[in-house]
Each structure stands twice: as structure tokens, then as C-alpha cells.
Design a protein around this ligand. Structure first.
Ligand code: DOR
Ligand code: ZN
Length: 358
């Protein structure tokens, strides 16, 4: 079959397995992008300035999200059935009992692991309150394994001495592998995977491990952060890696490996925070046209038959979700990526995509 002739593709409505929407004004500005993308829901990241680290905070945050969704739809006949899938920000303090209680009460569906060093320096935006003593959290992992609570991990070494481009693989070997060995029934998601060695591990591991993959990590190699001068718009964490790693990750995805699923990690930052010459914020915004961007990648790799599982099916059950029985259609029709949305510079702004979600 010549895939160049495919004019439209219809798949179940999708699910964003990793999304940042922030709070307050920023949330109100970026949420319409996600709601326009026909996702049934998204895994909402808890790394707010005041991290979502308790049952009460998670319940309140969900309510603020729901208000914001309702506000987007005020005065419109359509309503949104977008369901936020809340996560707990794991700290050194929260007890195993509390983690289970929040899960049982529906405050969260998963636990997000960020790590920080002893000074509270983490590897990414909003990770200052992350776990400093991973071994000290093994009792939590034990309870999560027992109760079927997934661990969503940002696996990157945080020590200053570790080379930026090796952070993921160092954390894989030092942090993740021992967790998997100790808790063989714990469901783990390796978030925003970037390194080919990590991707090999996920693909072949004899453990309950899956990985989310972003648009940017299948599109950019590390040169794109520096080409023609420093490009903060292409800076996110983990940073894009060498070309061979980008290709390896992408090959697993577009060959239809079921352990890889869409998680945009779309992360809005005001353009002023992205333009700082010191301490530029990490994060790339792709939420405006996530579906079209992923579709273009699969088309380029002649792999549109694998798009549906990647966006809408793979390992959804670990978030307590089912494959949607509603469908969405993406047409071969051009769409142009806007420059800014609500003061956020959009990834690949101004370029033309060959697909449009109907
Ligand atoms: O680039 C990133 N931005 N990576 C993360 O892990 C966090 C995110 C954010 O919150 O902005
Ligand atoms: Zn993220």
C-alpha cells in the first residue's frame, strides 16, 4: 500500500499520558489547545510552584481544572468530556498509607517521581521538592505495587558532575533498575524517553515498564538547541540527545512497539521565562497541534497503521482508562502552527503541518 495516498485516518479518541497545564491564568490560556485536540483526558503533571503533594491539594487542583474547562465551554452548546487524570507529586514526606488513601479516594491515579539533590536542586522545572532519598521511598513503592498504583518517573540523574547527555541512562541503571528488581509487579512509566539505550531497555525488559514519547524527542537531536545560536524554544528536560538516540526511540515508536505511548510533555512557559539568558526555563509547548504533529511523524516513517495504538491504546489500562469507543479523524490537509498561544512560544511556530484534526 502506498501510504502517500492516505487522505484521512480515523482512530479512537486519544489520551495524552503526560501534560503540564499549570494553574490560574496560564491554565486558562493553554487549556483550550488541549480541549481542541479531542483527547478523552490527560495525565496532569503535579509540578506546580506549590507541588500537588497531598490529597487535599490534588482534589482542589482537579476542581480548578474543572472550573477552567467549564469556563472554556461557557456559552457553547458543546461540552467537554475531557477527564483530567490527576497525579501525586512524590516527596520524601508522604506516607505509604496516604499514597494509597489518595488513590482509593480517586484523588490521583498515579504517582509522579521527580528527584532532587540534597540542596533541593532538581533536574527540571518544579522538581525542587522531589525525592532526595530514593531508598527511603521503597515502602511507598511496595504499597503502590500492592495496590496497583503506577509510578510515573522522570528518570534523570541530578548530580552536577553527571554529563547532561548521560543523565537518563545513569538514572536508568542506578535508580530505575533496582526499583524494578525489588518490585516486579509495580507498573512503571519511563516518562519522555530520549536515550536509545533506555528505549532498548524498555522494549526488551522483563518488567512492567512502558514509556511515553514526546513529539520533540522524535523530531530534534541535540544540535537543534544550538543551531544558528542558542535556541531556548528547543530546550526541554530531558534534553534532546544525539541523532542516533533520536532515531532509535523513533524507530520503536513508529514500528508499533506496544510499550511506547504518546505523552506530549507539553509544558507552557511565558516567553519571558524562555528568554532569560541565565536560568532559561525547560519546556516545549506542543499542545496546540499534538495529534497533527504525531501524525506527521508516523506518515514520514510510512507507519500510519501504528498511529492509533500509539495515541489511543497502548498501556491505557495502567491509568485506569479504556480505549475510547468514539472515533476521531485526521485529514490530509494543511494547518499552520501559530507563533504564540497566550504568551507561550509554540514549538515549530510558523511551519506547516500536512494534517488537520477534524
Ligand atoms: O522540559 C520540561 N518541562 N521537562 C520537565 O520535566 C518539566 C517540564 C515543565 O514542567 O516545564
Ligand atoms: Zn513533564
Amino acid at each position: 500500500m502506498n501510504q502517500k495516498q492516505i487522505e484521512s485516518i480515523t482512530i479512537p479518541r486519544w489520551f495524552d499520558r503526560h501534560l503540564h497545564i499549570r494553574d490560574g491564568d496560564m491554565m486558562r490560556k493553554v487549556l483550550p489547545s488541549t480541549l481542541n485536540q479531542r483527547a478523552t483526558g490527560a495525565v496532569i503533571m503535579p509540578n506546580l510552584i506549590d507541588p500537588i503533594s497531598t490529597v487535599e491539594k490534588a482534589m482542589d487542583y482537579r476542581q480548578r481544572i474543572q472550573f477552567a474547562i467549564n469556563a472554556v465551554f461557557t456559552g457553547q452548546t458543546a461540552n467537554s468530556d475531557f477527564l483530567p487524570c490527576m497525579t501525586l507529586y512524590l516527596t520524601d514526606q508522604i506516607s505509604p498509607e496516604e499514597v494509597v488513601r489518595g488513590f482509593d479516594q480517586g484523588a490521583w491515579s498515579g504517582v509522579k517521581l521527580y528527584m532532587a539533590d540534597q540542596q533541593g536542586q532538581g533536574g527540571t522545572t518544579g522538581s525542587h521538592s522531589g525525592v532526595k532519598n530514593l531508598l527511603g521511598r521503597y515502602r511507598v513503592f511496595e504499597a503502590m505495587e500492592k495496590h496497583g498504583i503506577p509510578l510515573l518517573g522522570h528518570f534523570e540523574a541530578v548530580e552536577r558532575v553527571v554529563d547532561e547527555f548521560d543523565r537518563e541512562v545513569v538514572s536508568l541503571e542506578r535508580d530505575l533498575m533496582p526499583i524494578l528488581k525489588s518490585f516486579p509487579n509495580l507498573e512503571v512509566v519511563f516518562e519522555h524517553i530520549t536515550d536509545g539505550r533506555a528505549a532498548d531497555f524498555v522494549a526488551e525488559a522483563d518488567h512492567k515498564i512502558n514509556a511515553t514519547v514526546t513529539v520533540q524527542h522524535m523530531t530534534l537531536n541535540r544540535n537543534e538547541m544550538f543551531w544558528g545560536g542558542m535556541n531556548p524554544v528547543n530546550y526541554c528536560k530531558p534534553v534532546p540527545k544525539r541523532e542516533e538516540h533520536r532515531q532509535k526511540v523513533r524507530r520503536y515508536v513508529t514500528s508499533g512497539h506496544p510499550r511506547f505511548g504518546a505523552g506530549t510533555d507539553s509544558a507552557p512557559h511565558d516567553v519571558s521565562a524562555k528568554s532569560r539568558c541565565s536560568g532559561c526555563a525547560a519546556g516545549i509547548f506542543t499542545a496546540d497541534s499534538a495529534v497533527e504533529r504525531y501524525t506527521a511523524i508516523f506518515e514520514e516513517d510510512d507507519a500510519l497503521q501504528h498511529l492509533g495504538p500509539f495515541l489511543s491504546e497502548n498501556f491505557l489500562h495502567i491509568y485506569g482508562r479504556k480505549v475510547s469507543d468514539e472515533m476521531m479523524t485526521i485529514e490530509h490537509k494543511t494547518s499552520v502552527i501559530p507563533e504564540y498561544i497566550g504568551g507561550v512560544k509554540v514549538f515549530q511556530a510558523g511551519s506547516t503541518l500536512q494534517w488537520k484534526l477534524v
